[in-house]
Write a new protein. Structure first.
Length: 226
């Protein structure tokens, strides 16, 4: 042969790479050992610990933000399921109004007719569908006026009734779950004593009558036994 063959086999290349990796590992271990032995190693360790604490805080904040996003998404999902039919429900309560007006306008001679019975059945089925969807009629008549549920259309002068009571309902109101769907349009009494004052006087009178009234047979028997 005219010269040396300088081309190396793959096996020889692997051995060379492994030797270099071992040398680099030994060098790194020596550097680490030397770093630990230097005077400034304590400051470096403190810096690394501070960096670690900062990274931990960032991670905790990221986890908290992710949980908040998940909770908001879940709440929005639940609200969509509960209140997604709100606009449709507002249209349907108008249908319920028309059914109620049709029944109220029917004369006595039509009360037993098949048409009126069919309308009554339709209204019952509609109210049952409302109940399944969480839609409820507001019972306003005779109740204290509540601006969260009622809309006052006029006032009725009546000194014999407490002021601020719903005396007449012009249009039924509805709620969907815990939200107002449509306020009840009502007429409210005025001229009499305030409702709260009458309520307090009534409660005091009931409590006084209970304290001063005769004992029941069971109460008297218990007193005798004691």
């Amino acid at each position: 042969m005219s010269g040396d063959n300088t081309q190396q086999t793959p096996e020889e290349n692997v051995e060379i790479v492994e030797e270099e990796m071992v040398q680099e590992q030994d060098t790194l271990q020596a550097d680490v050992q030397g770093f630990a032995e230097t005077q400034g190693s304590a400051d470096q360790i403190a810096k690394l610990e501070a960096d670690l604490a900062e990274m931990k805080n960032k991670w905790l904040r990221a986890v908290a933000d992710e949980q908040n996003v998940r909770r908001r998404a879940e709440k929005e999902k639940q609200d969509a399921l509960k209140y997604g039919v709100t606009n449709f429900a507002r249209e349907m309560v108008s249908v319920a109004d028309n059914l109620r007006r049709a029944l109220q306008s029917a004369g006595d001679e039509l009360k037993d007719s098949d048409v009126v019975k069919g309308v009554e059945m339709t209204e019952r089925e509609l109210q049952a569908a409302f109940s399944k969807a969480g839609i409820k009629r507001i019972e306003a008549a005779g109740q204290p006026f509540d601006h969260n549920l009622h809309q006052a259309m006029f006032e009725i002068e009546d000194v014999n009734q407490p002021s601020g009571l719903v005396a007449q309902v012009m249009q039924d109101g509805y709620v969907i779950h815990d939200r107002l769907l449509r306020p009840a349009m009502v007429g409210v009494t005025k001229g009499g004593p305030k409702y709260e004052s009458v309520k307090e006087e009534t409660e005091e009178a009931v409590a006084q009558a209970y304290e001063e009234g005769p004992q029941t047979e069971a109460g008297a028997k218990m007193d005798q036994e004691t």
